[in-house]
Structure formats: structure tokens, C-alpha cells
Design a protein around this ligand. Structure first.
Ligand SMILES: NC(=O)c1ccc[n+]([C@@H]2O[C@H](COP(=O)([O-])OP(=O)(O)OC[C@H]3O[C@@H](n4cnc5c(N)ncnc54)[C@H](O)[C@@H]3O)[C@@H](O)[C@H]2O)c1
Ligand SMILES: O=C(O)CC[C@@H](O)C(=O)O
Length: 634
């Protein structure tokens, strides 16, 4: 579909920190200085000299002399340097090898670095060796690197401009680089445009001079309508991650080249409305409410990741109606909640909290009063889903008798016994632990009446969702001694950040363990979630797969190869697929594969088609009545 501009265009590309992620001489230093006790100091000195050269404090030639003297490198170390640099080629260059090979004739690498390592690297991606303009090392008779070709214009300031002038290029000249010397080519009137390349390093002084900022080569290719590996540059796709999600997630999005913004706390509705306008991918945990009102302002939003189990904080119906796919981590923190519940049950039934509090005040209460074993006690689980069932198994291993009640018929694990009603479970249990999901109907599931049904001296836990328990009723039950001990991790109103005060009537009650919604907050769980949820979001963005989505029809799609993928989300009304196929037939489109899945609200159709097709097809598909969202991937 895309066509190259007609006029001849030349592409001048920098090497260090542009073609590769690193400065090659820094890497050479890491190799040549191995074993030296002062290695880190010398490496820092080399970096400082590079900066002084770049800022103009010393001449480029002087900076080169000083750095080579410090490096004390030998030609035998160059293969190791090349091997390391091979692994450090910028991601967007690696994925756009096709651009480099197809335009090999008009691509020039112009660098103040050295041909000895630049040529093997750039030719591996199709660039021509004769189009590499760089310096060469000077060696002594033993092969030590002792200098450089001082006659080469690239050994001094203004060298890049001189090389371009000598090339006498006839056509449009675009320069892509991260350094000021790259901009200087444009400043000398020798280039039409300068693209500041910021994938690896962002130099404000250089960016300030740029005609366009290119956070990746994809952006450069997109800006010039050139063929590329990404249909839409990821650097244009904004990811907003709230509530301190694990660094794994940030890294996964950044390494794919997305534009990632992170915020530590949750946002309230107004703040989120403001922040979400240009966001395509939103990551939250339990405290950010994605309401229908927020979604009205989220016109670019494609997907939401709940970096937790619960999704009750998200208006799933509104997301579905807007064609926004929602994903969560349904079992990444299950084990963590189970372990906390077990720990709390033992602490509460032994009355450890008041004993410990007393000791902190200097007291000593060595007695067995109100201390019991868990062995043989009846544990009642309300909700027998992922957490309930796992807790059931671990509790049985401790010798507890497990009873459960679930809204749907569930298979009992081990010797766990099913109760026919919630009331039956409440009446029978010595310890009651809530593990239902947070659907609205569960608000105040446990209130005065339910506490009234429980045994006197019951141990009560809520590590599910705050609104499931009527807090005044719980406070009353604790004060009356009906509940002998309580563990509460979730609350109807929770502080948005760690700086806000926790206000609750549950404060300062005896034998009550309060935890700040950390049932799932272990290093292991957060790291798991930080990888799991992005993997789902990325599969959806990159491939269209919705497997594991909590609101979209689930489709696990094959990888996209040699085709264009058209993704169509529409209201679930009859006849849409027929209309799409009529359009394909009318334009004689060769279909490689087609997948359809619906739920009660929407339909999701993926069609893989041969790459050549008329541009109107896309517009016609978007114009089908009841279309909610359309995307094109290749
Ligand atoms: N404290 C934390 O940090 C933390 C961490 C993870 C999960 N959670 C919460 O724990 C809860 C359980 O998580 P899960 O992964 O086991 O969920 P799940 O969806 O696997 O299981 C929930 C179960 O509750 C049942 N249920 C719903 N309403 C019910 C009702 N009124 N009566 C009886 N059963 C009912 C469902 O049928 C389902 O089997 C969720 O609310 C989740 O948000 C909290
Ligand atoms: O980490 C969170 O904010 C929520 C944890 C937990 O409630 C969940 O739903 O997984």
C-alpha cells in the first residue's frame, strides 16, 4: 500500500548511540581494561571526556586522542568488540532490516567512530561497506591501537559536513542521529531535515534543533511513509501505568518502544479524565476506578490491564461498548493471599496481636487463655474460586475441616464439604474467610444478620473486597465479642496513596489485624503480575489475540506472517460478517484466514488478507454500520 517518494532521497545515519545502543569506544574500554583495578575510574574518565568533546569544551580531535590513550586497546580485542556490538544494535534498526537493504544504495553511515567495528555491524543489516564513512585506527608494530588517521576529516570538528559536501548528493538528504554533529550537517545547509534519534539517548540540546524527533527508526519511516515493520510506530502509542506497577511491566513496554508514562499512586475520576485523553494502553491496580465517564474521554484507549485479580473497579460493560479489551492477572497473586490468610488465622486464634501489643508496652501475659490450635477447627470459605480452593487445600494440610459455600456449584477439593447456603456455612464455622469476587451485588454480603448467625468467638477474615462487609456491623460484632479476632485487608474506602491517612472505625479494636490491601503484595506476585499482564496487552496490541480477556470474545490467533490483519469490533447484530465479506469479494481480496467470535454484546472478526489491496477497503470496513473499532496490523 505504501509508496516511496519519487525524488531520490539519501539517508545519512549516525552509528554510536543511533545504529547501536551504545558508544563503541566505551565498550572497547570495558574489554581492553579488563583486570585493571582502576577500570571503573578509567571508564568514567573516558565517558567524561566524550561529554567534554560533545559539549565543545575540548575539540573533538583532542577528546579522541585522550580517550585512545586511556583505552590502551589492541587490535586483537576488536573481534570481541564487534561481537558485543552485534548484540547492541538498536531494536528499531534490527526490526527494519528491510528498509536498510532495500535502500542500500542511498543509505550512508557517517560517523566519527572507526570502520574496523562499524563495517561488520552495519553490513550485517544490509548497509554497503563502501557507504560507510568513518575513521580508521593507527596501530604500532605490535598491533596496539595508538592513534587514528588524522588526515580523515571525521577526526575533527565539522568532519561530517565535509564528508557530505564531498559526496555531492543530488536529491533530498535526511540525517538521523543523536548528536550535535549530526545536526550540524543540516545547519551547514547540506541536509533537508534533521531527525533527532532518541531511542537510546536523549540530548535536549540536540532535540531542540531537530526538525522532527524520532524515538525509533519506525517513527522516521512512518513520518516519511516508507515501508516498515510496524504499521504504526509504537513510540506514538502512549502507555499510562498507575499505582506503582512492577518495573517488569515498564521494561516490557519500553523495550518494545512504547511511550510509557508511570505514576506512583491512583488517580481520581477528574485526574484520570485529564490523563487518559491520549492514552492507548492503561495499566491500573485496584484503586483506580475506570468509570463510564472516564471512558467518554478515552478516545484512543484500546486496552486496559488490571495488574491484579479484581476488575470490579473497571466498568466492564462500558469498556465492551467502546471496544476496549480488558485483561487481568487471574492467579498471579493467589498463593500470596492464601499464605497471608493462613498466617492471620493462626495469629488470631492464638490471640497473638493483643499479647504482642502488651509486650511493646512492657507487659507480660504468659497464659493459654483464648489461644487455640487450628487443627480440627472448622474453616468456612465464602467463595470457592482460585483463592478459596487453594486455601482449602493448604488449610486441610494443617488439619482443619474445610467447609465452603459458592454461588455456583463447585467441585470440592480433598475432603472439603459443600454447604447448601451461606447461612449454613456461617452457623457451622469456627473461622470464616471471605473470597468472593467484588461484583456489585456482593455489597454488604456480610452484615448484622449474618454476624448474628455466626458462632460466638468466631475468627473472621476479609481479604477479598472492602464493600463485601458492612463495617459498622463488623465493628459491632467485635465489640460484642461475637467475633473474637478479625483480619481485614480490604476496605470500602482505601487511601489512594501511602501519604493519605487511613480512616476507619476498625482502628484500635482488640485482636484485629489490619493490613493495607497487601494480600497480593509480595515480591513474587508483583513480579509475576508485572510480566503476565503486559504479555496479554502486548499480544492484543501486536497480534489481536484476546485470550484471557475478561470482557472480549476470546480468540487466540496465529502469529501474523506475510499478510495484513484487519481487526473489526462491532455490536453483535446479525449480518456484519456478510457485509465484510461482500467488501472483500467486491475488491477481489485474497483472504488467508478469518476468525470470528462473539459474546452477548460484541463481535470480533479478524481477517488476514494478502498485502496488496485497495486503500478504500479499510474505509469501507470502518463505515459498516454498528462498527465500534477497527485496526490494521502488519
Ligand atoms: N487482598 C488482596 O490483595 C487480594 C488479592 C487477590 C484477590 N483478591 C480478591 O479476592 C477475591 C477472590 O479472588 P479469586 O481469585 O479467588 O476470585 P475467583 O473469581 O476465582 O473466585 C470468586 C468466587 O466467588 C464466588 N462468588 C461470587 N459471589 C458470591 C457470593 N455472593 N456467594 C458465594 N460465592 C460467591 C464465585 O462464584 C467464584 O467462585 C476477589 O474479590 C479478588 O478481587 C484480593
Ligand atoms: O494490588 C492491588 O492493588 C490489588 C490486589 C488484589 O486486590 C487483587 O485484586 O489482585
Amino acid at each position: 500500500m505504501l509508496t516511496k517518494p519519487l525524488e531520490q532521497t539519501y539517508y545519512i545515519i549516525d552509528f554510536d548511540s543511533t545504529f547501536t545502543k551504545v558508544e563503541a569506544l566505551d565498550v572497547l574500554g570495558e574489554i581492553s581494561l579488563v583486570g585493571r583495578p582502576d577500570r571503573d575510574d578509567v571508564l568514567n574518565e573516558i565517558k567524561a571526556i566524550t561529554d567534554r568533546g560533545m559539549s565543545g569544551e575540548i575539540s573533538f580531535t583532542d577528546s579522541l586522542v585522550l580517550r585512545l590513550n586511556l583505552l590502551k586497546a589492541h587490535k586483537s580485542q576488536l573481534p570481541a568488540l564487534v561481537e558485543t556490538l552485534m548484540g547492541k544494535i538498536s531494536d528499531s534498526f534490527q526490526r527494519n532490516k528491510q528498509f536498510l537493504t532495500e535502500n542500500a544504495e542511498t543509505i550512508y553511515i557517517v560517523s566519527n567512530g572507526f570502520k574496523e567495528f562499524i563495517i561488520p555491524i552495519v553490513t550485517s543489516l544490509g548497509v554497503r561497506a563502501e557507504n560507510v564513512f568513518a575513521n580508521t585506527f593507527e596501530l604500532d608494530e605490535n598491533g596496539a591501537i595508538v592513534g587514528f588517521d588524522s588526515e580523515n576529516p571525521l577526526s575533527s570538528n565539522g568532519g561530517k559536513s565535509q564528508v557530505i559536501r564531498n559526496l555531492n548528493l543530488d536529491g533530498e538528504v535526511y540525517v538521523i542521529g543523536d548528536g550535535y554533529t549530526d545536526y550540524e550537517i543540516k545547519a551547514s545547509g547540506l541536509a533537508n531535515r534533521f531527525y533527532a534519534f532518541t531511542e537510546n539517548v536523549m540530548r535536549p540540546r540536540v532535540v531542540a534543533q531537530a526538525d522532527h524527533v524520532a524515538p525509533s527508526l519506525d517513527e522516521f519511516l512512518y513520518h516519511n511513509n516508507l515501508s516498515r515493520s510496524q504499521s504504526y510506530p509504537k513510540s506514538r502509542i502512549k502507555v499510562l501505568l498507575l499505582e506503582n506497577v512492577h518495573p517488569n511491566a515498564i521494561q516490557l513496554f519500553e523495550q518494545e518502544g512504547f511511550n510509557v508514562e508511570i505514576r506512583k499512586g491512583a488517580l481520581d475520576e477528574e485526574e484520570l479524565i485529564e490523563a487518559i485523553r491520549d492514552v492507548s494502553i492503561l495499566g491500573i491496580r485496584s484503586k483506580t476506578n475506570v468509570t463510564a465517564r472516564v471512558l467518554e474521554h478515552a478516545n484512543k484507549l484500546m486496552t486496559v490491564g488490571a495488574f491484579c485479580i479484581g476488575t470490579n473497579q473497571i466498568d466492564l460493560d462500558a469498556c465492551t461498548e467502546k471496544g476496549i479489551a480488558v485483561f487481568n492477572a487471574p492467579y498471579s497473586n493467589t498463593r500470596s493471599v492464601v499464605e497471608l490468610a493462613i498466617g492471620e488465622i493462626i495469629m488470631l486464634i492464638r490471640s497473638i496481636v493483643p499479647k504482642s501489643n502488651l509486650m511493646h508496652k512492657g507487659g507480660w501475659d504468659k497464659s493459654a487463655n483464648n489461644s487455640f490450635e487450628v487443627r480440627g477447627k472448622k474453616l468456612g470459605l465464602v467463595g470457592y474460586g482460585n483463592i478459596g480452593t487453594q486455601l482449602s487445600v493448604v488449610a486441610e494440610a494443617l488439619g482443619m475441616e474445610v467447609y465452603f459455600y459458592d454461588a455456583v456449584d463447585k467441585l470440592s477439593l480433598g475432603n472439603a464439604r459443600k454447604c447448601k447456603s451461606l447461612d449454613e456455612l456461617l452457623a457451622i464455622s469456627d473461622i470464616i474467610s471471605l473470597h468472593t469476587d467484588g461484583r456489585k451485588e456482593n455489597k454488604n454480603l456480610i452484615s448484622y444478620r449474618e454476624f448474628g448467625l455466626m458462632k460466638n468467638g468466631v475468627i473472621f477474615l476479609n481479604l477479598s473486597r472492602g464493600h463485601i462487609v458492612d463495617i459498622p456491623a463488623l465493628v459491632d460484632a467485635i465489640e460484642r465479642g461475637k467475633v473474637a479476632g478479625a483480619g481485614v485487608d480490604v476496605f470500602p474506602n482505601e487511601p489512594k496513596t501511602n501519604n493519605e491517612e487511613f480512616i476507619s472505625r476498625l482502628r484500635n479494636l482488640p485482636n484485629v489485624i489490619l493490613t493495607p490491601h497487601i494480600g497480593g503484595s509480595t515480591e513474587e506476585a508483583q513480579a509475576n503480575i508485572g510480566s503476565f499482564v503486559p504479555s496479554k496487552l502486548l499480544e492484543y496490541i501486536n497480534n489481536g489475540s484476546t485470550y484471557g480477556s475478561v470482557n472480549f470474545p476470546e480468540l487466540q490467533l496465529p502469529l501474523l506472517k506475510g499478510a495484513h490483519r484487519l481487526l473489526h469490533v462491532h455490536e453483535n447484530v446479525p449480518g456484519i460478517l456478510a457485509k465484510m465479506n461482500t467488501i472483500f469479494a467486491k475488491h477481489h481480496i485474497n483472504i488467508h484466514g478469518q476468525y470470528l467470535k462473539t459474546n452477548e454484546k460484541i463481535g470480533y472478526v479478524i481477517t488476514d488478507v494478502a498485502k496488496e489491496y485497495a486503500e478504500e477497503v479499510v474505509e469501507e470496513l470502518k463505515d459498516i454500520d454498528n462498527t465500534i473499532k477497527f485496526r490494521l496490523l502488519y
